[in-house]
Design a protein. Structure first.
Length: 178
């Protein structure tokens, strides 16, 4: 699918007039949304996350480790509230970016200080970090807001760091070994 046009009409943008977007334009809109999303996430301004980067309905957040899915705006916000409690200085960095119309893929790493119970492990105060893969999903008719984020990381390595069995420096930066 290269440079084909798709209709973005009343359903996605609220506009009565349909607008034609090329794949490149759709991908540019997706990238803009994801950049804003990560900026908000890194600044921990969670009250902005849902209204500025997620669609109004049908949204979810899927965490592959543990096979947990958070449904709707409240569920997605619960995920982020819990994440920031566990890692109050959470910082996410992208290392590789790949995009298709309606789907964006990001490889990266997150870091933070283990400050609350996670998976039965009490807060340790240790710096932890983990490589991850995230898939951002958009409705074809509206590439300006995502409907879902699906994320994958190695929970075992993360928990080993929290317990002090391995140092974050032994896990990150993983991309320099590639």
């Amino acid at each position: 699918m290269s440079e084909s046009s798709v209709k973005d009409g009343a359903k996605g943008s609220g506009s009565a007039a349909a607008k034609m977007r090329t794949d490149a334009e759709r991908i540019a809109e997706q990238r803009k949304c994801i950049d804003l999303h990560i900026s908000i996430e890194n600044s921990h301004q969670l009250d902005r996350l849902i209204p500025e980067t997620f669609a109004k309905e049908g949204i979810y957040y899927h965490v592959a480790p543990g096979l947990v899915e958070y449904q709707g705006p409240e569920g997605v916000l619960d995920f982020y509230d819990n994440l920031v409690k566990v890692l109050p200085d959470l910082h996410t960095t992208f290392i590789h970016e790949y995009d298709l119309p309606s789907y964006s893929f990001r490889e990266g790493q997150f870091t933070g200080t283990h400050s609350a119970e996670f998976a039965g492990i009490p807060a340790s105060g240790r710096k932890v970090g983990c490589p991850f893969m995230a898939i951002y999903i958009f409705k074809p008719e509206d590439p300006t807001k995502m409907i879902a984020e699906r994320v994958y990381w190695d929970n075992t390595d993360l928990m080993r760091q929290m317990r002090g069995e391995v140092a974050m420096s032994e896990v990150l930066p993983w991309h320099k070994t590639m």
